[in-house]
Write a protein that binds this ligand. Structure first.
Ligand code: ZN
Length: 501
């Protein structure tokens, strides 16, 4: 391949700490690597590759998260992050003014996956492809495999900023919901609807369910107890059958099923926590029926059981593959041609997308292992793992939560102004959310095990549900593109596309 004679060198000045949702941090400049240093590195790489640089494009990254309508190289318009430097590099490549691109690192070229897609479009539009290189080696778009890896890397890099954006959105929702019982419908089992005061009879049942799951219930007969392995506890179905036999009423009047038992006991309200959209957002105004630490153990047991007995999870991509036509998740199903993931019509899907299960799993597995072999991905993951909540963090969390409650009391008694209250709460809640996300997520624990030794060997020992957790810690999931009729025999790995927004 001819070496670029008119390459562009893209340099990015970063003024922003990427992993923060604190608006006050915006003004704090942070130069991870000076622009002079980047230019030196870029020129050294060009020399090594035998390229000639004719254009140096500095990019001021201060407005990295503002979006505006802009014109794409093909003439259409779209909403993109404002990045005049990156855009002018794209135009130089599209027009032929430049015939190659060097950047410091993938993060700098494309934090927004849409930017990466625009770059891929320009690179692929020319024959041969326009060569792209980066100093860190993380960005190469020479073939389909490079592009897939670049997409995944970009999704990984992007995940932290998207998580931040989600946290901020959640905070607003939370303020709006403040003090309200989450959602209408039936009241939660164990509490009355008006004051959220525990209903004694139901609270007793909840404690009983928890004890039976944890294997330390005092209500079993000696004969029953002999059958229970305290490390496993009693099964949800068996508990449900007993509650039904005893005619213990449910909230809705239906009979107890294993699923009902699992659902009432894992509600955060049981531990005195408030949830919003299934995520814990703070301490509740009502008391806990089961102490939080004990409740977390119960939830862990219920979750690990689901992992063992739910056969759909044998197909570990369940929950990671999405239909691009109707946005439903694909589920594992057995058909005439073997096992496949399908946009199941019985689950409300369109039925039009399916992919063979085993080759799809092998392809995703290959991509995950490739990703896990990259030093910078490992560094990023290790950072996640290293910040996993310790007992110390748990203690801090408890203190912070108590402080939040005291603050609310101070405000209610008008000992604080609303401004003082919200400001103080903002600071504490930020800490609380960070610790809680770490405590409740299972991904760090699994990742820690995985990163402790040989990654490939560790991966092969993971249970299906754990593989999925690791995968989803890396990428948001995959779209399964429609089947290519021109190549009916071949399994097209490129049908799997990392979801980027
Ligand atoms: Zn569909």
């Amino acid at each position: 391949m001819a070496k670029p004679k008119r390459a562009a060198l893209l340099l990015r000045i970063s003024f922003r700490k990427p992993e923060t949702d604190d608006p006050d941090d915006e003004q704090r400049p942070e130069f991870s690597k000076g622009i002079g240093r980047q230019e030196e590195d870029g020129r050294a790489l060009a020399k090594r590759l035998g390229w000639t640089i004719t254009k140096v494009i500095p990019e001021d990254d201060t407005s990295a998260f503002k979006r505006r309508k802009i014109q794409l190289p093909d003439g259409t318009t779209a909403l993109r992050t404002v990045r005049p430097g990156f855009r002018s590099a794209l135009e130089a490549l599209a027009s032929g003014e430049c015939d190659g691109l060097i950047a410091d690192d993938l993060d700098r070229v494309a934090r927004d996956p849409r930017d990466l897609e625009d770059l891929i479009d320009v690179v692929e539009a020319s024959r041969p492809r326009i060569p792209v290189e980066s100093v860190t080696g993380s960005l190469r778009l020479a073939n389909d495999a490079d592009i897939t890896v670049a997409r995944i890397m970009c999704a990984v890099a992007n995940k932290s900023s998207r998580d931040t954006a989600r946290r901020v959105a959640r905070k607003h929702e939370q303020l709006a919901e403040e003090g309200k019982w989450g959602g209408g419908g039936f009241r939660g089992y164990g509490f009355d609807r008006v004051g959220h005061q525990p209903i004694e009879a139901e609270a007793k049942i909840l404690s009983e369910i928890g004890a039976r799951i944890l294997g330390d219930w005092s209500g079993w007969t000696a004969e029953q107890r002999a059958k229970i392995d305290p490390r496993v506890g009693e099964s949800l179905n068996s508990i449900a059958a007993d509650l039904a036999k005893r005619k213990v009423p449910t909230v809705t009047g239906t009979t107890w099923k294993g699923r009902t038992v699992g659902s009432v006991i894992t509600k955060p309200s049981v531990a005195g926590l408030r949830a919003h959209r299934k995520e814990i957002v703070g301490p509740a105004a009502w008391p806990a029926i089961i102490p939080r630490e004990r409740w977390e153990l119960i939830c862990a047991r219920v979750a690990s059981r689901a992992g063992n007995t739910d056969l759909t999870l044998q197909r570990w991509l369940t929950g990671a593959l999405k239909c691009p036509l109707c946005q439903h998740m694909l589920t594992g199903s057995h058909g005439r041609n073997g096992t496949r993931y399908w946009c199941n019509t019985r689950a409300g899907g369109c039925g039009k997308i399916a992919i063979k299960a085993e080759p799809a799993e092998a392809e995703v597995e290959r991509q995950v292992l490739e990703l896990l072999s990259k030093p910078d991905v490992l560094v990023r993951l290790r950072r996640v793992v290293a910040t996993e909540a310790t007992d110390e963090a748990r203690k801090e969390l408890a203190e912070d939560e108590e402080q939040l409650q005291q603050l609310a009391g101070l405000w209610a008694r008008k000992e604080l102004s609303f401004g003082e209250y919200t400001e103080a709460r903002r600071i504490i809640e930020k800490r609380v959310k960070e610790s809680r996300a770490l405590i409740t997520s299972s991904a760090p624990r699994i990742l820690r095990v995985l990163l402790a030794g040989d990654v490939a060997a560790g991966w092969s020992q993971l249970r299906p549900a754990e593989k999925r957790d690791v995968l989803l810690a890396l990428v948001p999931g995959y779209y399964v593109q429609p089947f290519d009729r021109k190549q009916p025999r071949k399994f097209g790995g490129d049908r799997l596309q990392v979801i980027t927004d």
